[in-house]
Design a protein around this ligand. Structure first.
Ligand SMILES: [Zn+2]
Ligand SMILES: [Zn+2]
Length: 282
């Protein structure tokens, strides 16, 4: 029998979103905790930064999510808020585009902030300068258009967002090349959740990660959000026993009472393959 953290039970959460993220977030919170979700009234989350370059991003990803959650709490006069923030960048090891989604719970009644996260290389994040219909078709197909929306930026800087039909796209293309016959059109994937089902799946996964952390209670004070805050390297080589750069332990920490717990071998392996050993494979 799973013990459900009672501090969230049957509360109302305001979801800070303009782009339909509540469709994946709300059902999970209802099922897990009986939380009813309302969408933040009058919240223009685009003021905190968008993916379409017309505004700069505010602070770091977590700061941006916190700003949104705080603004939603004020507007809705609630004590529980959920916000979400995505970031797209080249994967540090693989170099391919990667989507980091966070879903934050801010609980003013209990003074808690819990962050769910999903890092995924499953994303269509891309852009291309195109000069003819053949290149446009190729790019559109690659990024999953029209199920996934597009953004077009004309040489004069005019931005059209949320393009979801071939008719709409061809109109923009015709108009642009009529005005600027020898120039290029910039196409980008529209990364707003409502226009990007692939991103929506990653937001759903980040929500499930948040739920896991909400279920994880501090062994000492029973506050939810008892989660990994640090990894320790030094997993020993299976051949010679030398410490390697691989993860040896995860450290869980409670944000209320600061209780810490080290869990050995969080990735399952109790020894490192000699290929990662500085002595066996220098
Ligand atoms: Zn604690
Ligand atoms: Zn070794």
């Amino acid at each position: 029998m799973g013990f459900k953290p009672m501090i969230f039970a049957n509360r109302t959460a305001v979801i800070a979103t303009m782009h339909g993220k509540e469709k994946v977030i709300a059902p999970i919170l209802r099922q897990e905790f009986g939380i009813s979700a309302i969408v933040s009234p009058n919240l223009n989350t685009d003021q905190f930064g968008t993916f379409t370059r017309d505004l700069n991003r505010t602070g770091t990803q977590i700061e941006a999510a916190r700003f949104k959650a705080e603004a939603a709490l004020l507007l809705a006069d609630q004590s529980l808020a959920i916000s979400s923030e995505g970031s797209f960048f080249p994967h540090p090891l693989l170099g391919i585009p990667c989507d980091r989604e966070i879903v934050m719970l801010l609980d003013r009644a209990n003074d808690l902030e819990i962050v769910g996260e999903e890092m995924s290389v499953t994303t269509n994040f891309d852009c291309k300068l195109v000069k003819n219909w053949q290149e446009i078709e190729k790019f559109a197909q690659k990024v999953g258009f029209p199920d996934h929306g597009l953004v077009a930026i004309a040489p004069n800087g005019i931005i059209t967002k949320g393009i979801t039909s071939v008719t709409e796209l061809s109109e923009i293309v015709e108009r642009t090349f009529a005005m600027f016959p020898s120039e290029v059109l910039r196409l980008e994937t529209d990364m707003r959740a409502f226009y990007n089902p692939t991103r929506m799946i990653n937001i759903e996964k980040a929500t499930l990660n948040l739920v896991n952390k909400m279920h994880s209670l501090c062994p000492q004070c029973h506050t939810p959000g008892f989660a990994i805050t640090e990894y320790k390297s030094g997993l020993r080589c299976s051949l010679c026993g030398s410490p390697t750069e691989l993860t040896r332990a995860a450290v869980y920490r409670c944000q209320k009472c600061d209780f810490r717990q080290e869990v050995a071998f969080p990735n399952g392996a109790e020894a490192a393959d000699p290929q990662y050993c500085p002595y066996c494979n220098p």
